[in-house]
Design a protein around this ligand. Structure first.
Ligand code: GLN
Length: 205
């Protein structure tokens, strides 16, 4: 089997940190593969798995729509490619998002993850925090959750599996090949979620 190719959407946000964490995850799992920045529809069509990093979902969405990569990502999701959306990335994957203060905004979304999201659900930048969370459903009993202007999930459709909650708020979900977290695993030294995602890609490869 040839190595797997994992892309990190390089529009805005935590790109370098995700590339590093994914490379380390591959190495720890003893798997062959490459991890690269992807920006264009052509680059996206060549990968086996994609991470959409945290950042600002309105910016990531608008820029990805303009260059055609949003459409390509949609096609790839529909064809079964695993995608991991982190914070703004999870917002991007959702069908519906509204801001806690500003309400609904006309922002481009991938319209796949059957959830209703509240952006900035825990407050703004100054309310960012860290807390130990558990993602028992996928065998991760303790994980350092880093929440930065984090969203929460208000409602889930029937195909969505809730993986974790914090203070009654849903903070991690999975729907088939799509994984989403409100928090930022790439900013911790803990590779368990990146390893879990790499294994999802490997299983499809
Ligand atoms: N609040 C940001 C948004 O709504 C997400 C923050 C993040 O990705 N850390 O897009």
């Amino acid at each position: 089997m040839s190595g797997i190719s994992i892309g990190v959407l390089a529009v805005q946000g935590d790109v370098a940190e995700n590339i590093m964490a994914t490379k380390m995850a591959l190495e720890e799992l003893g798997l062959e593969g490459i991890v690269s920045e992807v920006k264009t529809p052509e680059q996206i069509s060549d990968i086996d798995g994609l991470i959409i990093p945290g950042g600002e979902s309105t910016v990531i969405g608008t820029l990805s729509m303009v260059n055609g990569s949003l459409k390509k990502i949609k096609e790839k999701i529909a064809s079964g490619m695993p995608v991991f959306g982190i914070c703004a990335g999870m917002i991007m994957l959702s069908k519906k998002a509204k801001d806690r203060v500003l309400g609904e905004m006309d922002q481009p979304l991938l319209d796949f993850l059957d959830v209703k999201i509240e952006r900035n659900a825990f407050g703004r930048q100054k309310d960012s925090f860290e807390s130990v969370i558990s993602i028992d459903k996928i065998g991760i009993s303790k994980f350092p959750g880093v929440f930065i202007r984090a969203p929460s999930i208000l409602e889930t459709g029937k195909d969505v599996e809730i993986l974790s909650k914090f203070n009654e708020k849903i903070i991690a979900v999975k729907q088939g090949n799509v994984l989403g977290t409100s928090f930022h695993p790439e900013l911790t030294g803990d590779l368990s979620l990146h390893k879990y995602f790499v294994n999802l890609i490997k299983a499809k490869h």
